[in-house]
Design a protein around this ligand. Sequence first.
Ligand code: ADP
Ligand code: MG
Length: 225
Amino acid sequence: MSDVIVLDRLGRTFATDPPVPALVDVGLRVGRGDYVSIVGPSGSGKSTLLNILGLLDLPDTGRYCLEGVETTELDDTARTALRGSRIGFVFQSFHLLPHRDVVDNVMLGEVYTGGDRAGRRDRAIAALDRVGMGHRHSFRPPRLSGGERQRVAIARALVGDPALLLCDEPTGNLDSTNTTAILHLFDELRAGGTTLVVITHDASVSRRASRRIGITDGRLTELAA
Ligand code: ADP
Ligand code: MG
């Protein structure tokens, strides 16, 4: 089975004074349908890694192959198109528009994917069904609980049918009940074949993944599952 992510001797150093080596000699392979958690303390390089995996930032050295495409050789236009069509993002702070209803918010997930406009609403509704939010179509985000908002954000990330779902502290703003619900949803997505990379500093979140990777000072180590 082909790998979704292959990182080979990847490095990223921020050109501050003094320079900050945020990622050092990173190697990683993630297969289709894997559910990987990356756990490490604040400042260890988690967001830097996620930004590179999400094609929002480029490494200074090394290679990043996404579904067989060597991304470090793409121009900006091709990289943006690949990001829009193959990657979904989930963030700690949801990033939903408060004055738009749930279906509109999810439809916005397709704006950058290049999907055809016809059927956009149907695909949004199908994504909401996948995350168990089919009963809240006309709600606006301020009327939803934190866990429900994160479900809507996950639906928005899923509409383009991405190969890879990247989550940065997805339960960081949630209480334990809502955290449990989101972790259950991740289990379901993984069972459905979605590849998940979940960045967290919460050990209870990282334990749910099929594979745990630690990051310290920009270096990865495989942890016992
Ligand atoms: P984490 O997400 O694990 O908290 P980050 O990836 O955000 O860590 O940061 C890793 C290191 O890189 C930290 O030392 C941070 O201060 C530094 N860093 C992150 N982004 C930048 C930037 N744009 N410019 C300079 N230094 C940065
Ligand atoms: Mg971070």
